[in-house]
Write a protein that binds this ligand. Structure first.
Ligand SMILES: [Zn+2]
Length: 240
C-alpha cells in the first residue's frame, strides 16, 4: 500500500471487526473489551511497561557513545526496550508484523502524554525505498502521523535514505555510527531552513541514526533538531 495515500478504516468499521473477531492483547493475550488507548494493547499492559531513562540521561548517553557534542538538542523516549521487556513484542509487531494501527495509535498516545508542539515539523526517520516495498510501510512515519493527528504539527518528508543498510543488530556502537554515515540526504532544504524539527523513530538504540539525520538537517539550514522515539534501548543489543 502506498504510504502517502494510506487511509485508515473508520472507527465504526473497526468496532464491527472487533465484534466479529474479538481482539487479544499482543502482550498478555487477554481479550480486549471496550476502548483502549492503543490498538491490540490492553491498558493494563500499557501502564505496566517500563519507562525509558529521562531526557538528560538519554542525551548524556548520546554524548558518551559518540564522544562529541550531540547534533540533537534534546531527546525524549517513553518506554524502556531490552531483551526481557514486554514491549519487545510490541516493537517487533510494529516493525515486522504489519501492526500499522498500533504504530499510529502509539503516536497518538505519545502526543497525549508528552508536549511536542514547540516544533514546526515532525520528520520521520526514513526507510530505504526497497525496505518500504518489502515491509509495506514505514513505522516511524505512522508514529509521526499519529502524533500529528493530535497536535496538528505537520509531518514533513525531508530525509531520504540512500543506502539499503544491513541490520545493525549485531554491530558495536562504533560500527553503527560508520554504518549510517552518509546514508541520508535532504529532499526539500528550502522548506526546513530556519525551522525547528523533531525527528521521530520507533526505537533509539545507540542514537547513531538520529545523530546522522540531525547533522544532515542542521547542515541544510534547520534551526534546531530534537528527537522523540517510542522506546529507548537500555542495552545496545536492541534492534534496528
Ligand atoms: Zn495486555
Amino acid at each position: 500500500m502506498n504510504l502517502l495515500g494510506m487511509t485508515f478504516i473508520p472507527n465504526i468499521m473497526h468496532a464491527m471487526m472487533d465484534a466479529i473477531a474479538p481482539l487479544h492483547c499482543e502482550t498478555c493475550d487477554q481479550c480486549i473489551s471496550g476502548n483502549t488507548h492503543v490498538h491490540r494493547v490492553c491498558d493494563a499492559c500499557l501502564y505496566m511497561f517500563e519507562c525509558a531513562p529521562n531526557d538528560d540521561v538519554l542525551l548524556n548517553q548520546l554524548y558518551t557513545q559518540n564522544n562529541k557534542d550531540s547534533f540533537v538538542c534534546s531527546i525524549e523516549s517513553h518506554f524502556a526496550f531490552h531483551q526481557e521487556a514486554p514491549i519487545q513484542r510490541i516493537i517487533y509487531a510494529i516493525k515486522y508484523g504489519n501492526a500499522q494501527y498500533m504504530a499510529f495509535d502509539f503516536g497518538k498516545y505519545l502526543a497525549r502524554i508528552k508536549k511536542h508542539t514547540e516544533v514546526d515539523y515532525y520528520v520521520p526517520v526514513p526507510l530505504h525505498r526497497a525496505r518500504v516495498r518489502e515491509r509495506g510501510y514505514n513505522q516511524s512515519l505512522l508514529i509521526a502521523q499519529g502524533i500529528s493527528s493530535v497536535t496538528k504539527v505537520p509531518v514533513i518528508h525531508s530525509l531520504e535514505r540512500l543506502h539499503y543498510s544491513t541490520t545493525q543488530t549485531k554491530l558495536s556502537s562504533k560500527d553503527r555510527m560508520q554504518n549510517v554515515q552518509g546514508i541520508f540526504s535532504i529532499k526539500n532544504a528550502d522548506r526546513i531552513r530556519g525551522k525547528r524539527l523533531m525527528l521521530l523513530d520507533d526505537v533509539m538504540t545507540t542514537g547513531s541514526t538520529l545523530e546522522e539525520c540531525a547533522q544532515v538537517l542542521l547542515e541544510s539550514g534547520a534551526r534546531s533538531v530534537s528527537a522523540l522515539t517510542l522506546a529507548a534501548a537500555t542495552s545496545t543489543r536492541g534492534i534496528q
